[in-house]
Design a protein around this ligand. Structure first.
Ligand code: SF4
Length: 163
């Protein structure tokens, strides 16, 4: 990749929207530092957006509770194609400690296709940042019609599995 495309190619920038699908807020506490000087995700062209209609990537935390399900589906339906969905944290991946509860409709992949899973309860910022960088590659492949539906898993140390 040339320096020009690294610095100026708009395809290297992703706009990210976040959905809380019944999270305990622990995952959110780990997402927030991504946009502080320590992790500075913006240097990679990663930017928050305030509406799903502008998003390329959606981070979903929480196990998708019965109460949240309808809103989560409604918001996801507003994200333009192609887009990448990342399930964040043990709850997003599998329901976590809430798995099997009568109050759940999730996990998310029971309801909507997921492209990336980030393990951990809560996951580390390093893992979430790694997933966002992988999401850029997936998004490019989707735009070129070259995406093979093979979800990737990011472990708590930020290692990518499933390639
Ligand atoms: S994975 Fe852990 S920190 Fe994240 S929402 Fe579930 S219980 Fe909370």
């Amino acid at each position: 990749m040339s320096l020009w495309s690294l610095l100026f190619d708009p395809e290297n920038s992703i706009w990210v929207y976040r959905i809380n699908a019944g999270s305990c807020n622990g995952c959110e506490i780990e997402i927030t530092p991504l946009f502080t000087p320590r992790y500075d995700a913006e240097r990679f062209g990663i930017k928050w957006v305030g509406t799903p209609r502008h998003a390329d990537v959606v981070l979903v935390t929480g196990p998708v509770t019965a109460v949240a399900k309808e809103s989560v589906m409604e918001v996801l339906s507003q994200v333009p194609d192609p887009h990448v969905v990342i399930a964040v944290g043990s709850c997003g991946v599998s329901g976590g400690v809430f798995r099997g509860s009568y109050a759940l409709e999730g996990p998310l992949d029971n309801l909507y296709p997921v492209d990336l899973y980030v393990l951990g309860c809560p996951p580390k910022p390093e893992g979430i940042l790694t997933a966002l960088l992988e999401a850029k590659k997936i998004l490019k492949a989707k735009r070129k019609g070259q995406y093979q539906e093979k979800p990737l898993v990011v472990d708590p140390a930020g290692m990518v599995m499933g390639r």
